[in-house]
Design a binder for this molecule. Structure first.
Ligand code: PLP
Length: 383
């Protein structure tokens, strides 16, 4: 194969040449002419996830994650919910990391019990916690590559071993790492999920999701999605394909930039603590170093003063936009207590290690020195 390495796969994998077009056109047609298909799932229709824009992305994502197949979805949550609802039915039990993205956590802890699916939250770093909660009806185990917003890295290899030994389907949300920094299939995970809204598209102008894994699982998940309806629109698929072309360039820049910003913040007298797995002081630095090619573009930190200081900082920075979400070209700054984790009670947030004043920074592709100078002037003004 001419495209073995990720930068080349991002440009070439899955990309057909249609009518001589060098770049992938948008097939904005709801249906396609009947061509003798014998299965409902093969009829040409956007909801059935089989337009040329869908197919091109499925092949590209599979090549990036090193999986047999992949499926794109209308959002990260569409990919996550459809995948879990393919694996789990009433009477089944799921083990899930206790620090998951809020939307996923809400889905499994509030909606799944109503469907008869039992769940237990586990400390993904503590094997005794998984063993103690394993039941005869446990079907799957679900974790994230890096936790949000504390950027912790769980015992991912241990989770895979435990899943294999107990015949569980292992799932991982790889949104924060991306296939540039980490390819979970290579360490043995069964299914890899993404919010493509974040790094994969990278331009903060669509929502999207993806799941990658073996052909059999992806077929089953596709058929489930064909009925649940969480398909991606071809225009969004076009934008996602275009955004993906620069994924490796963006991620490498963001890896380097975020490490430098983390080091700058760690050395600043107004900053009490920085969470970034790329820092040698991070408790999971060695594990992250072993598993990942880079440490990603998100860090979080706490100021020495009160939570109000965080809001003052937001007024003084000029480059990062104060907005939720992450993973795009533009730096974004938020307070998880009032955005991603606003759904948790204050107690729950504290137990999860998320203080009121914790600040999360998603580093874009602006010049690193400009970002550091901007943070420096803002910190000077408020401290
Ligand atoms: N997974 C992670 C780690 C996320 O951060 C998010 C969104 O913030 C999601 C999944 C959900 O993705 P979406 O917003 O595309 O539905």
């Amino acid at each position: 194969m001419a495209f073995k390495r990720i930068d080349t796969k991002l440009i070439h994998a899955g990309q057909p040449r249609i009518a001589g077009a060098v770049e992938m056109p948008i097939f904005q047609s709801a249906m396609f002419e009947y061509a003798g298909e014998t299965s409902y799932h093969d009829l040409g229709y956007i909801r059935l996830n089989n337009t040329p824009n869908h197919r091109a992305l499925h092949a590209k994502l599979a090549a990036l994650e090193g999986s047999e197949d992949a499926l794109i979805a209308a959002s990260g949550m569409a990919a996550i919910s459809t995948t879990l609802l393919t694996i789990l039915s009433a009477g089944d039990h799921l083990l899930a990391q206790s620090t998951l993205y809020g939307g996923t956590q809400y889905l499994i802890t509030h909606d799944f019990p109503k469907l008869g699916i039992a769940i237990d939250l586990i400390d993904a770093d503590d094997a005794s916690s998984w063993r103690a909660k394993l039941r005869p009806n446990t079907k799957a185990i679900y974790v994230e590559a890096m936790t949000n917003p504390l950027l912790d890295v769980a015992d991912l290899e241990g989770i895979v071993g435990f899943a294999r030994a107990n015949n569980l389907v292992s799932l991982i949300d790889n949104t924060f790492a991306t296939p540039v920094n980490f390819r979970p299939i290579e360490v043995g995970f069964d299914l890899v999920l993404h919010s493509a809204t974040k790094y994969l598209n990278g331009h903060a102008d669509i929502v999207g999701g993806a799941v990658a894994g073996c052909a059999d699982w992806i077929k089953r998940i596709t058929h489930r999605m064909n009925h649940l309806g969480g398909c991606m629109d071809p225009h969004a698929a076009f934008l996602l394909n275009r955004g993906l072309m620069t994924l490796a360039l963006r991620i490498r820049h963001q890896n380097q930039s975020t490490l430098r910003i983390a080091q700058f913040l760690q050395g600043h007298p107004a900053v009490a603590k920085v969470n970034y797995a790329g820092l040698e002081s991070h408790p999971r630095h060695a594990r992250a170093r072993k598993l990942f090619g880079g440490f990603g573009g998100v860090l979080s930190f706490e100021m020495r003063g009160s939570a109000e200081q965080a809001d003052q900082l937001f007024e003084k920075v000029t480059l990062p936009a104060v907005a939720p979400s992450l993973g795009g070209i533009r730096s974004l700054i938020t307070r998880p207590a009032v955005t991603s984790h606003a759904g948790l009670s204050r107690d729950e947030r504290f137990r999860a290690g998320i203080s009121d004043g914790l600040i999360r920074l998603s580093v874009g592709i602006e010049d690193t020195d400009d970002l550091i100078e901007d943070l420096e002037q803002a910190l000077r003004l408020i401290s």
